[in-house]
Design a binder for this molecule. Structure first.
Ligand SMILES: [Zn+2]
Length: 189
């Protein structure tokens, strides 16, 4: 009887079920012990072994339960991590595109074909903002203008300023009319 009193109530319940003794939920440990020991088929040695087996079974089940719970927890953590990572990636994608970038998403430089620039405004695709624009031209005194002026200095001095002022000797820089980026220069030499 003493070994039964030391057992857990749930083990006693399992044992009673094993021995096919009718029990109810409101039975106390002492009631369970009494019901087991007063059963006509009661045998102390067998009951002792049976109780040990029942307790062992319950422990195993609890361990399995615990392991399953741990596995669930790990799986949930893993899912949470991958979801967080996906959200971070999504955030990066959202932050990514400015209106136009000369560097494509996979890191390669997008090269726009450079048209041959002339003395007059031209329609080109701007390498900076990506828009199709007509360039704004700005005349500049380049190597040609300076060389012509030098020649005039020796040949006909009164006309020395002519090459620097006349458009026919000047270089022309082309600027984007949208973003003002310098797209290139037409040079005479
Ligand atoms: Zn532009």
């Amino acid at each position: 009887m003493a070994y039964l009193a030391r057992a857990l109530k749930q083990d006693l319940k399992l044992l009673a079920e094993e021995l096919r003794i009718g029990i109810t939920d409101d039975m106390r440990v002492i009631d369970l012990c009494k019901a087991i020991t007063t059963h006509p088929d009661y045998d102390e040695a067998i009951t002792k072994n049976l109780l040990a087996a029942v307790a062992e079974d319950r422990k195993l089940r609890e361990q399995q339960e615990e392991r399953r719970y741990e596995e669930e927890k790990q799986k949930r953590n893993h899912e949470l991590q991958s979801r967080t990572m996906m959200q971070q990636q999504t955030t990066i994608v959202v932050q990514q595109p400015p209106a136009y970038s000369p560097v494509s998403t996979d890191g390669y430089m997008v090269v726009q074909p450079v048209p041959l620039l002339g003395e007059s405004p031209m329609t080109v695709v701007c390498g900076n903002c990506g828009n199709k624009v007509t360039t704004t031209i700005v005349p500049e005194n380049g190597a040609c203008a300076h060389l012509c002026a030098l020649m005039m200095f020796f040949i006909f001095l009164p006309c020395v300023c002519y090459p620097l002022c006349s458009g026919s000797c000047k270089d022309y820089s082309h600027y984007c009319s949208n973003c003002n980026a310098k797209l290139g220069t037409y040079r005479r030499m």
